[in-house]
Design a binder for this molecule. Structure first.
Ligand SMILES: *Cc1c(COP(=O)(O)O)cnc(C)c1O
Length: 352
Protein backbone atom coordinates (compact mmCIF):
# COMPACT_ATOMS: atom_id res chain seq x y z
CA UNK A 1 0.00 0.00 0.00
CA UNK A 2 1.16 3.47 -0.79
CA UNK A 3 -0.55 6.83 -0.63
CA UNK A 4 0.99 7.60 -4.02
CA UNK A 5 -0.47 4.57 -5.79
CA UNK A 6 -3.80 4.59 -7.58
CA UNK A 7 -6.67 2.59 -6.10
CA UNK A 8 -6.04 0.07 -8.83
CA UNK A 9 -2.31 -0.30 -8.04
CA UNK A 10 -3.16 -0.68 -4.36
CA UNK A 11 -5.62 -3.47 -5.15
CA UNK A 12 -3.45 -5.53 -7.52
CA UNK A 13 -2.05 -8.98 -6.71
CA UNK A 14 0.80 -9.30 -9.24
CA UNK A 15 1.82 -12.60 -10.82
CA UNK A 16 4.90 -14.15 -9.22
CA UNK A 17 7.18 -15.65 -11.89
CA UNK A 18 9.42 -18.64 -11.19
CA UNK A 19 12.78 -17.81 -9.67
CA UNK A 20 15.58 -16.78 -12.10
CA UNK A 21 18.69 -17.47 -10.00
CA UNK A 22 21.84 -15.56 -10.88
CA UNK A 23 24.29 -18.27 -9.79
CA UNK A 24 25.15 -20.81 -12.48
CA UNK A 25 25.46 -23.88 -10.29
CA UNK A 26 21.73 -24.66 -10.04
CA UNK A 27 19.86 -27.16 -12.23
CA UNK A 28 16.95 -25.00 -13.28
CA UNK A 29 13.76 -26.97 -13.93
CA UNK A 30 11.24 -24.40 -12.68
CA UNK A 31 10.11 -22.11 -15.52
CA UNK A 32 9.59 -24.39 -18.55
CA UNK A 33 12.41 -22.86 -20.52
CA UNK A 34 13.76 -24.91 -23.41
CA UNK A 35 17.07 -26.57 -22.47
CA UNK A 36 18.39 -26.30 -26.02
CA UNK A 37 19.58 -23.19 -27.81
CA UNK A 38 17.65 -21.65 -30.70
CA UNK A 39 18.66 -22.27 -34.32
CA UNK A 40 22.10 -20.89 -35.28
CA UNK A 41 20.20 -18.81 -37.87
CA UNK A 42 18.65 -16.87 -35.00
CA UNK A 43 22.05 -15.87 -33.63
CA UNK A 44 23.18 -14.92 -37.14
CA UNK A 45 20.12 -12.71 -37.60
CA UNK A 46 20.81 -10.98 -34.28
CA UNK A 47 24.48 -10.43 -35.18
CA UNK A 48 23.40 -8.97 -38.53
CA UNK A 49 21.41 -6.20 -36.83
CA UNK A 50 22.82 -2.86 -37.99
CA UNK A 51 23.20 0.40 -36.13
CA UNK A 52 21.03 1.99 -38.78
CA UNK A 53 18.15 -0.41 -38.07
CA UNK A 54 18.49 0.24 -34.32
CA UNK A 55 18.41 3.98 -34.91
CA UNK A 56 14.93 3.73 -36.39
CA UNK A 57 11.62 2.60 -34.92
CA UNK A 58 10.74 -0.97 -35.86
CA UNK A 59 8.00 -1.85 -38.36
CA UNK A 60 4.93 -1.27 -36.15
CA UNK A 61 3.03 -4.10 -37.87
CA UNK A 62 5.93 -6.61 -37.93
CA UNK A 63 4.82 -7.26 -41.52
CA UNK A 64 7.52 -9.74 -42.51
CA UNK A 65 7.11 -11.85 -39.42
CA UNK A 66 3.33 -11.70 -39.67
CA UNK A 67 3.51 -12.93 -43.26
CA UNK A 68 5.82 -15.78 -42.24
CA UNK A 69 3.51 -16.91 -39.42
CA UNK A 70 0.49 -16.58 -41.74
CA UNK A 71 2.13 -18.73 -44.39
CA UNK A 72 3.07 -21.40 -41.87
CA UNK A 73 -0.56 -21.67 -40.72
CA UNK A 74 -2.19 -21.22 -44.15
CA UNK A 75 -3.85 -17.98 -43.01
CA UNK A 76 -3.92 -14.39 -44.29
CA UNK A 77 -1.60 -11.79 -42.71
CA UNK A 78 -4.71 -10.02 -41.38
CA UNK A 79 -5.46 -13.11 -39.27
CA UNK A 80 -2.18 -12.81 -37.35
CA UNK A 81 -1.35 -10.55 -34.39
CA UNK A 82 2.13 -10.24 -32.86
CA UNK A 83 3.21 -9.05 -29.45
CA UNK A 84 6.03 -8.81 -26.99
CA UNK A 85 5.64 -12.35 -25.65
CA UNK A 86 2.31 -14.15 -25.44
CA UNK A 87 1.78 -12.61 -21.99
CA UNK A 88 1.36 -9.27 -23.74
CA UNK A 89 -0.87 -10.79 -26.42
CA UNK A 90 -2.99 -12.33 -23.64
CA UNK A 91 -3.16 -9.04 -21.75
CA UNK A 92 -4.48 -7.29 -24.88
CA UNK A 93 -6.92 -10.15 -25.41
CA UNK A 94 -8.39 -9.64 -21.93
CA UNK A 95 -8.98 -5.98 -22.67
CA UNK A 96 -10.08 -6.25 -26.30
CA UNK A 97 -12.11 -9.46 -26.37
CA UNK A 98 -12.77 -10.93 -22.93
CA UNK A 99 -13.96 -7.96 -20.89
CA UNK A 100 -17.75 -8.12 -20.78
CA UNK A 101 -20.46 -7.90 -18.14
CA UNK A 102 -20.94 -11.69 -18.22
CA UNK A 103 -18.09 -13.62 -16.59
CA UNK A 104 -15.08 -15.00 -18.40
CA UNK A 105 -14.68 -18.75 -17.78
CA UNK A 106 -11.40 -20.61 -17.33
CA UNK A 107 -10.36 -23.81 -15.52
CA UNK A 108 -9.86 -23.72 -11.72
CA UNK A 109 -6.38 -25.10 -12.34
CA UNK A 110 -4.72 -23.19 -15.16
CA UNK A 111 -2.19 -20.44 -15.84
CA UNK A 112 -2.09 -18.36 -12.66
CA UNK A 113 -1.63 -15.16 -14.64
CA UNK A 114 -5.30 -15.25 -15.79
CA UNK A 115 -6.84 -14.01 -12.52
CA UNK A 116 -4.13 -11.32 -12.33
CA UNK A 117 -5.23 -9.83 -15.67
CA UNK A 118 -8.86 -10.11 -14.59
CA UNK A 119 -8.03 -7.90 -11.63
CA UNK A 120 -5.91 -5.45 -13.63
CA UNK A 121 -8.57 -4.98 -16.32
CA UNK A 122 -11.59 -5.52 -14.04
CA UNK A 123 -12.87 -8.51 -15.98
CA UNK A 124 -15.50 -10.55 -14.10
CA UNK A 125 -14.64 -14.27 -14.14
CA UNK A 126 -15.67 -17.67 -12.86
CA UNK A 127 -13.44 -20.73 -12.68
CA UNK A 128 -14.74 -24.10 -13.86
CA UNK A 129 -13.38 -27.17 -12.05
CA UNK A 130 -11.29 -29.71 -13.94
CA UNK A 131 -12.52 -33.29 -13.57
CA UNK A 132 -11.01 -35.56 -10.88
CA UNK A 133 -8.35 -36.69 -13.37
CA UNK A 134 -7.51 -33.06 -14.27
CA UNK A 135 -9.27 -32.96 -17.65
CA UNK A 136 -11.28 -30.05 -19.06
CA UNK A 137 -14.98 -30.96 -19.23
CA UNK A 138 -16.08 -28.83 -22.19
CA UNK A 139 -19.78 -29.29 -21.44
CA UNK A 140 -19.27 -27.50 -18.11
CA UNK A 141 -18.63 -24.32 -20.16
CA UNK A 142 -22.08 -24.25 -21.76
CA UNK A 143 -24.41 -21.40 -20.79
CA UNK A 144 -24.08 -17.70 -20.28
CA UNK A 145 -20.50 -16.42 -20.37
CA UNK A 146 -18.48 -13.46 -21.60
CA UNK A 147 -15.71 -15.61 -23.06
CA UNK A 148 -13.79 -18.83 -22.50
CA UNK A 149 -10.05 -19.24 -22.01
CA UNK A 150 -8.33 -22.64 -21.98
CA UNK A 151 -4.60 -23.37 -21.98
CA UNK A 152 -3.96 -26.40 -24.20
CA UNK A 153 -2.03 -28.38 -23.15
CA UNK A 154 -3.10 -27.12 -19.77
CA UNK A 155 -0.61 -25.50 -17.41
CA UNK A 156 0.56 -26.60 -14.91
CA UNK A 157 -0.89 -30.09 -15.53
CA UNK A 158 0.43 -30.72 -19.06
CA UNK A 159 -2.80 -32.54 -19.94
CA UNK A 160 -3.93 -32.17 -23.56
CA UNK A 161 -7.51 -31.48 -24.63
CA UNK A 162 -8.20 -33.24 -27.96
CA UNK A 163 -9.15 -31.07 -30.93
CA UNK A 164 -12.66 -32.55 -31.25
CA UNK A 165 -13.40 -31.33 -27.70
CA UNK A 166 -12.29 -27.81 -28.65
CA UNK A 167 -14.53 -27.97 -31.69
CA UNK A 168 -17.42 -28.95 -29.41
CA UNK A 169 -16.62 -26.00 -27.14
CA UNK A 170 -16.66 -23.63 -30.13
CA UNK A 171 -19.90 -25.02 -31.48
CA UNK A 172 -21.55 -24.83 -28.03
CA UNK A 173 -20.52 -21.17 -27.57
CA UNK A 174 -20.94 -19.42 -30.95
CA UNK A 175 -21.51 -16.01 -29.33
CA UNK A 176 -18.44 -16.06 -27.07
CA UNK A 177 -14.80 -15.63 -27.94
CA UNK A 178 -13.00 -18.89 -27.19
CA UNK A 179 -9.27 -18.38 -26.59
CA UNK A 180 -6.92 -21.37 -26.69
CA UNK A 181 -3.55 -20.59 -25.10
CA UNK A 182 -1.20 -22.96 -26.92
CA UNK A 183 2.08 -22.08 -25.18
CA UNK A 184 3.04 -25.79 -25.18
CA UNK A 185 1.22 -27.13 -28.25
CA UNK A 186 4.42 -27.99 -30.15
CA UNK A 187 5.36 -30.74 -27.68
CA UNK A 188 2.86 -33.28 -28.96
CA UNK A 189 -0.51 -31.58 -29.48
CA UNK A 190 -2.42 -30.54 -32.60
CA UNK A 191 -3.02 -26.82 -32.92
CA UNK A 192 -6.56 -25.48 -33.13
CA UNK A 193 -5.44 -23.04 -35.87
CA UNK A 194 -6.95 -25.50 -38.40
CA UNK A 195 -10.41 -24.56 -37.04
CA UNK A 196 -10.06 -20.80 -37.57
CA UNK A 197 -11.65 -20.90 -41.04
CA UNK A 198 -14.81 -22.49 -39.60
CA UNK A 199 -15.13 -20.55 -36.33
CA UNK A 200 -14.94 -16.75 -36.27
CA UNK A 201 -15.05 -16.85 -32.44
CA UNK A 202 -11.75 -18.75 -32.08
CA UNK A 203 -8.48 -17.06 -31.08
CA UNK A 204 -5.35 -19.23 -30.81
CA UNK A 205 -2.34 -17.82 -28.95
CA UNK A 206 1.16 -19.23 -29.25
CA UNK A 207 4.65 -18.23 -28.14
CA UNK A 208 8.24 -18.59 -29.33
CA UNK A 209 9.36 -18.80 -25.68
CA UNK A 210 9.07 -22.52 -25.10
CA UNK A 211 9.29 -24.61 -28.27
CA UNK A 212 11.51 -22.12 -30.13
CA UNK A 213 13.88 -21.47 -27.21
CA UNK A 214 13.31 -17.72 -27.39
CA UNK A 215 11.94 -16.85 -23.94
CA UNK A 216 14.56 -14.12 -23.61
CA UNK A 217 13.44 -12.43 -26.81
CA UNK A 218 9.70 -12.04 -26.03
CA UNK A 219 7.73 -13.13 -29.11
CA UNK A 220 4.05 -14.05 -28.93
CA UNK A 221 1.42 -14.49 -31.62
CA UNK A 222 -2.35 -14.80 -31.98
CA UNK A 223 -4.28 -16.34 -34.87
CA UNK A 224 -7.97 -15.74 -35.51
CA UNK A 225 -10.63 -14.13 -37.70
CA UNK A 226 -9.84 -10.67 -39.07
CA UNK A 227 -12.54 -9.29 -36.75
CA UNK A 228 -10.83 -10.63 -33.60
CA UNK A 229 -7.38 -9.57 -34.80
CA UNK A 230 -8.64 -6.04 -35.55
CA UNK A 231 -9.90 -5.81 -31.96
CA UNK A 232 -6.42 -6.68 -30.68
CA UNK A 233 -4.80 -4.14 -33.01
CA UNK A 234 -7.07 -1.39 -31.61
CA UNK A 235 -5.80 -2.10 -28.08
CA UNK A 236 -2.17 -2.46 -29.18
CA UNK A 237 -2.28 0.88 -31.00
CA UNK A 238 -3.72 2.48 -27.87
CA UNK A 239 -0.93 1.04 -25.70
CA UNK A 240 2.34 0.71 -27.64
CA UNK A 241 2.41 0.84 -31.44
CA UNK A 242 5.89 -0.69 -31.61
CA UNK A 243 5.74 -3.71 -29.33
CA UNK A 244 8.20 -5.92 -31.24
CA UNK A 245 11.72 -4.57 -31.51
CA UNK A 246 13.77 -4.98 -34.71
CA UNK A 247 16.00 -7.65 -33.21
CA UNK A 248 13.07 -9.79 -32.08
CA UNK A 249 11.35 -9.49 -35.47
CA UNK A 250 14.43 -10.62 -37.40
CA UNK A 251 15.38 -13.36 -34.94
CA UNK A 252 11.89 -14.84 -34.88
CA UNK A 253 11.84 -14.84 -38.69
CA UNK A 254 15.08 -16.82 -38.67
CA UNK A 255 13.57 -19.28 -36.19
CA UNK A 256 10.56 -19.85 -38.45
CA UNK A 257 12.92 -20.41 -41.39
CA UNK A 258 14.66 -23.33 -39.66
CA UNK A 259 11.83 -25.84 -39.33
CA UNK A 260 14.05 -28.90 -38.94
CA UNK A 261 15.97 -27.40 -35.99
CA UNK A 262 12.63 -26.59 -34.39
CA UNK A 263 11.13 -30.06 -34.95
CA UNK A 264 14.28 -31.85 -33.75
CA UNK A 265 14.40 -29.77 -30.58
CA UNK A 266 10.75 -30.49 -29.77
CA UNK A 267 11.25 -34.21 -30.42
CA UNK A 268 14.26 -34.31 -28.12
CA UNK A 269 12.26 -32.71 -25.30
CA UNK A 270 9.37 -35.15 -25.87
CA UNK A 271 11.70 -38.19 -25.84
CA UNK A 272 13.28 -37.05 -22.58
CA UNK A 273 9.84 -36.35 -21.10
CA UNK A 274 8.67 -39.90 -21.82
CA UNK A 275 11.85 -41.45 -20.43
CA UNK A 276 11.69 -39.38 -17.22
CA UNK A 277 7.95 -39.99 -16.76
CA UNK A 278 8.53 -43.74 -16.96
CA UNK A 279 11.41 -43.66 -14.47
CA UNK A 280 9.41 -41.56 -12.03
CA UNK A 281 6.40 -43.88 -12.27
CA UNK A 282 8.75 -46.75 -11.45
CA UNK A 283 9.72 -44.83 -8.27
CA UNK A 284 6.07 -44.66 -7.24
CA UNK A 285 5.24 -41.18 -8.56
CA UNK A 286 1.85 -40.41 -10.05
CA UNK A 287 2.77 -38.62 -13.30
CA UNK A 288 -0.03 -36.98 -15.29
CA UNK A 289 0.16 -37.70 -19.04
CA UNK A 290 1.98 -34.65 -20.40
CA UNK A 291 1.90 -33.10 -23.87
CA UNK A 292 4.09 -30.21 -22.71
CA UNK A 293 7.76 -29.58 -21.89
CA UNK A 294 7.16 -30.28 -18.20
CA UNK A 295 5.63 -32.99 -16.07
CA UNK A 296 3.23 -32.67 -13.16
CA UNK A 297 3.58 -35.37 -10.55
CA UNK A 298 3.02 -36.32 -6.94
CA UNK A 299 4.30 -39.06 -4.69
CA UNK A 300 1.76 -40.74 -2.41
CA UNK A 301 4.28 -41.01 0.44
CA UNK A 302 6.16 -37.70 0.20
CA UNK A 303 4.80 -34.17 0.38
CA UNK A 304 5.53 -31.84 -2.51
CA UNK A 305 6.98 -29.27 -0.15
CA UNK A 306 9.40 -31.79 1.37
CA UNK A 307 10.48 -33.00 -2.07
CA UNK A 308 10.83 -29.43 -3.31
CA UNK A 309 13.10 -28.53 -0.38
CA UNK A 310 15.15 -31.74 -0.61
CA UNK A 311 15.73 -31.10 -4.33
CA UNK A 312 16.61 -27.50 -3.65
CA UNK A 313 19.20 -28.62 -1.08
CA UNK A 314 20.76 -30.66 -3.89
CA UNK A 315 20.86 -27.65 -6.24
CA UNK A 316 17.82 -28.59 -8.32
CA UNK A 317 14.92 -26.15 -8.54
CA UNK A 318 11.45 -27.24 -9.60
CA UNK A 319 8.10 -25.56 -8.98
CA UNK A 320 5.27 -26.33 -6.65
CA UNK A 321 2.05 -24.42 -6.08
CA UNK A 322 0.58 -23.95 -2.64
CA UNK A 323 -2.98 -24.08 -3.98
CA UNK A 324 -6.09 -26.20 -3.46
CA UNK A 325 -6.14 -29.54 -5.35
CA UNK A 326 -2.53 -29.31 -6.55
CA UNK A 327 -0.51 -28.60 -3.40
CA UNK A 328 0.91 -32.15 -3.47
CA UNK A 329 2.23 -31.85 -7.03
CA UNK A 330 5.61 -30.83 -8.35
CA UNK A 331 5.94 -29.26 -11.78
CA UNK A 332 9.23 -30.26 -13.32
CA UNK A 333 10.44 -28.69 -16.59
CA UNK A 334 12.14 -31.02 -19.04
CA UNK A 335 15.85 -30.17 -19.22
CA UNK A 336 18.75 -31.82 -21.01
CA UNK A 337 19.23 -35.55 -20.49
CA UNK A 338 22.14 -34.72 -18.21
CA UNK A 339 20.03 -32.42 -16.04
CA UNK A 340 17.20 -34.94 -15.89
CA UNK A 341 19.59 -37.71 -14.85
CA UNK A 342 20.71 -35.50 -11.97
CA UNK A 343 17.06 -35.03 -11.03
CA UNK A 344 16.32 -38.77 -11.18
CA UNK A 345 19.39 -39.59 -9.10
CA UNK A 346 18.47 -36.97 -6.54
CA UNK A 347 14.88 -38.27 -6.31
CA UNK A 348 16.13 -41.83 -5.83
CA UNK A 349 18.40 -40.65 -3.03
CA UNK A 350 15.60 -38.67 -1.35
CA UNK A 351 13.05 -41.49 -1.55
CA UNK A 352 15.48 -43.97 -0.02
C1 LIG B 1 4.78 -19.45 -20.61
C2 LIG B 1 3.33 -19.24 -20.80
C3 LIG B 1 2.83 -18.08 -21.41
C4 LIG B 1 3.67 -16.85 -21.68
O1 LIG B 1 4.68 -16.99 -22.51
P1 LIG B 1 5.50 -15.74 -23.05
O2 LIG B 1 6.90 -16.02 -22.67
O3 LIG B 1 4.97 -14.49 -22.47
O4 LIG B 1 5.27 -15.82 -24.52
C5 LIG B 1 1.48 -17.99 -21.67
N1 LIG B 1 0.64 -18.98 -21.31
C6 LIG B 1 1.07 -20.08 -20.70
C7 LIG B 1 0.09 -21.13 -20.32
C8 LIG B 1 2.42 -20.23 -20.41
O5 LIG B 1 2.84 -21.30 -19.74
Amino acid sequence: MSRFWSDLANKLTPYVPGEQPTGKQLVKLNTNENPYEPSPGVLKAIAATTGDSLRRYPDPDSSQLRAAYAEREGLAAGQVFLGNGSDEVLAHTFQALLKHSRPLLFPDISYSFYPVWCKLYEVPYRTVPLTEDFRVDVDAYAGDNGGILIPNPNAPTGVLLPLEKIERLLANNPDSVVVIDEAYIDFGGTSATTLIGQYDNLLVIQTASKSRSLAGLRVGVAFGSVDLIDGLVRVKDSFNSYPMDVVAQQAALASLADESWFLNGCQQVMDTRERVSERMRAMGFDVLPSAANFIFSRHPAHSAEALFCALRDRGIIVRYFDKPRISEFLRISIGTDEAMNMLLNALEEILN
